[in-house]
Design a protein around this ligand. Structure first.
Ligand SMILES: [Zn+2]
Length: 664
């Protein structure tokens, strides 16, 4: 029985690893997500039944343990060198001459790699198991970020096949462009500072003390060089990369061999033009001598090796003219200045506008309507004004003054306490309403098909919709009376609205546009409270007790649900038939037939949460200890109930043991 389970577990892990590799490394998934999820939950269930078979390299163990207090410094077994930069073909030719001179021969070859713009990382595998992930730091010492590294699915927790007892691999942790955009979108919704580029986002994600959050950040990894090994691993760099692939490490597919520097230059030129097509950011190329013996001969100068050089791409910039500066009103009333440009081609797309972020930024740049400016894409993604060509400014150009009134509704504006944002404070501002409705209907929220910006514009301007709930009162006649709206498309809109009523609670919570509450926090709330009714009653204290919900979020949630206007709209939504409850998750019967008494204080859990967890797993909760009690779950400062349990010989468990029982 146990042997069968052991074999099944082994086979499931192998399958999951294979599919992780296909999906996260090769980008070639072979099975649908649901099938993968099924394999995963099958493994999880089996491991729960046989906890003695759980190993640290199991795919279920990527996120484990609690948030840490800080990062421990670790010494690298061999220095993580930095690389000298070059910026032109001639500088590359100079490098080549130094190499030829150093080696005393022309008989050598180069490996040319993409320079992924991320965070350099050293991974240490012992007996094939990942034991350490450390940042480069100052080259000799870095931060131990193993917990966070383990969440990156492109990084295998264990290696395949025959590997040296000690194998150190260096590579780059990076955030794909899509994940970066998504993360910034989410940050914007929550009014948090955005990451300037994917590299900063990757670095920030690795510095999180809670690996659970890192796991959501969709980081990835490419291995690109060898560190310390217990036995010689390869004779050439190329051979080591080929071996990396064989043992399951992700290696960038665009690595090329070059026989001389002119070939190197040609490869660099090609990538300088093609780089925007990649789904991750590169900021140049890295050129390395292939033979490891020849590297030894060349050695290093100070911190940088003589056998390696980078070729950095010039940041692509474009010159254009600011035609006008608009002020937009966001869903929370924030006024954002936006520059409209003469259209210009930049890093693969035509750019017509860019956010100027806030009025302090306008002051800092001193950008004015009519100015000639240089623009660049932050992280090759978001266009930004980086410089104003003041010498080309028209003598009549006037500084841009922040508005004192909302450009849409004319209400007086207010400056935020921290002084950066200016807001329209009017609750009836149509610009805010339109933004809120757009957000409400958005893909990550209520996902109402066919309810696009143009339609929302008309619905608000015609006074048909004054809040979210009004959407659910629309009928075919009202809709069909609008411009460009035939009977059939009106019906499609109504169908979309109808369908949105059954969206899960988390989406409804996200859709309400509560400050700082994006879909991820909404999911946490939905899981904790399982109905709008319960969230309404939650105190700031109860909210703060939830892991991941800090005091700022707690206050924002509490205030939202204690505003009579908001409550009115929520009531209207519920009356209209929108689902206000968390759909019941399937209960487990892990605690079936067992009676628990909970006593004392349990860190990070309220009494009601623990009791709910017992019930969710089919256990019973009792308030007094008797012979019928199976377990007393005791926290700190447990009083008389603990004494009684000891007298009666009832089994006493702590929080950790309890969480293990329910498989958390
Ligand atoms: Zn306004």
């Amino acid at each position: 029985m146990k042997l069968a389970a052991e074999q099944k577990i082994k086979s499931l892990r192998q399958q999951i690893r294979k599919h992780d590799y296909l999906y996260y490394v090769l980008n070639q998934p072979r099975i649908p997500d649901q099938k993968y999820d099924k394999l995963f939950s099958e493994l999880k269930n089996l491991e729960q039944r046989h906890p003695e078979l759980i190993t640290p390299d199991s795919p279920t163990q990527r996120v484990s343990g609690r948030p840490i207090e800080g990062f421990e410094q670790v010494k690298h077994s061999s220095e993580m060198l930095s690389i000298d930069n070059t910026y032109s073909a001639d500088e590359l030719r100079d490098f080549d001459q130094r190499v030829a001179k150093g080696l005393g021969t022309k008989n050598y070859s180069y490996i040319v790699e993409l320079k992924i713009d991320g965070v350099a990382m050293s991974l240490r595998y012992e007996k094939g198991l990942l034991v350490l992930g450390a940042t480069r730091g100052d080259g000799s010492k870095g931060d131990n970020v193993t917990n966070n590294i383990r969440t990156i699915k492109a990084i295998p927790l264990s290696l395949d096949g025959d590997v040296p007892d000690v194998l150190e691999v260096r590579g780059e942790v990076y955030m794909p462009k899509k994940a970066f955009e998504k993360l910034n979108e989410e940050k914007e919704q929550q009014e948090q500072a955005l990451f300037a580029n994917p590299r900063n986002a990757a670095a920030g994600s690795l510095k999180l003390l809670d690996a659970k959050i890192t796991a959501q950040r969709k980081l990835s990894f490419f291995a690109y060089s060898l560190g310390q090994t217990s036995i010689p691993f390869a004779k050439t760099h190329y051979e080591s990369l080929e071996k990396f692939k064989k043992i399951g490490l992700p290696v960038n597919p665009n690595i090329k061999k070059a026989d001389n520097i002119e070939q190197v230059i040609e490869i660099c030129d090609q990538w300088e033009k093609r780089r925007f097509k990649l789904d991750y950011q590169i900021d140049g190329m890295v050129i390395k001598i292939d033979s490891l013996d020849q590297r030894e001969i060349l050695g290093a100068t100070g911190r940088a090796p003589r056998w390696c050089i980078s070729y950095k791409f010039a940041a692509e910039q474009a010159k254009t003219k600011v035609l006008s500066i608009d002020v937009q009103v966001g869903k929370t009333g924030i006024l954002t200045p936006v520059a409209n440009f003469e259209p210009v081609l930049l890093a693969g797309t035509t750019v017509k506008r860019a956010s100027l972020h806030n009025f302090d930024e306008i002051d800092r740049l001193d950008v004015r309507e009519g100015d000639t400016v240089m623009i660049e894409k932050a992280g090759e993604i978001i266009p930004q004004v980086i410089e104003v060509k003041k010498e080309q400014r028209h003598k009549d150009a006037k500084p841009f003054r922040p508005p004192v009134k909302c450009p849409v509704c004319g209400s007086k504006v207010q400056k935020d306490e921290d002084g950066v944002y200016i807001r329209c404070a009017s609750p009836s501002c149509p610009a805010q309403l339109k933004e809120k409705l757009r957000y409400f209907a958005g893909r990550d929220q209520m996902d109402i098909e066919n309810l696009g910006p143009a339609l929302i514009e008309q619905l608000v301007d015609k006074g048909l919709v004054q809040d979210f709930a009004d959407l659910y009162k629309l009928d075919i006649f009202a809709l069909a009376s609008l411009e460009r709206m035939a009977q059939k498309s009106a019906q499609n809109v109504l169908d979309g609205i109808e369908k949105s009523k059954s969206q899960p609670l988390a989406r409804l919570l996200a859709a309400l546009g509560i400050r700082h509450i994006g879909i991820q926090n909404a999911e946490i709330l939905a899981r904790q409270f399982d109905s709008i009714e319960k969230i309404k009653k939650a105190t700031v204290e109860e909210l703060t007790q939830i892991e991941q919900i800090g005091p700022v979020l707690a206050k924002s949630i509490y205030e939202y649900f204690h505003d009579s206007n908001n409550l009115k709209i929520i009531d209207k939504l519920i009356t209209a038939g929108v689902n206000p409850k968390q759909k019941q998750t399937k209960h487990s019967d892990k605690l079936a037939g067992k009676t628990f008494v909970v006593t004392g204080t349990l860190e990070n859990f309220s009494r009601s949460q623990i009791e709910q967890a017992i019930k969710d797993n089919s256990g019973k909760v009792s308030s007094s200890v008797s012979k019928k009690t199976d377990y007393v779950l005791a926290g700190t400062e447990a009083g008389s109930k603990l004494d009684k349990a000891q007298q009666l010989g009832v089994k006493i468990i702590d929080k950790k043991q309890f969480l293990e029982m329910i498989g958390k």
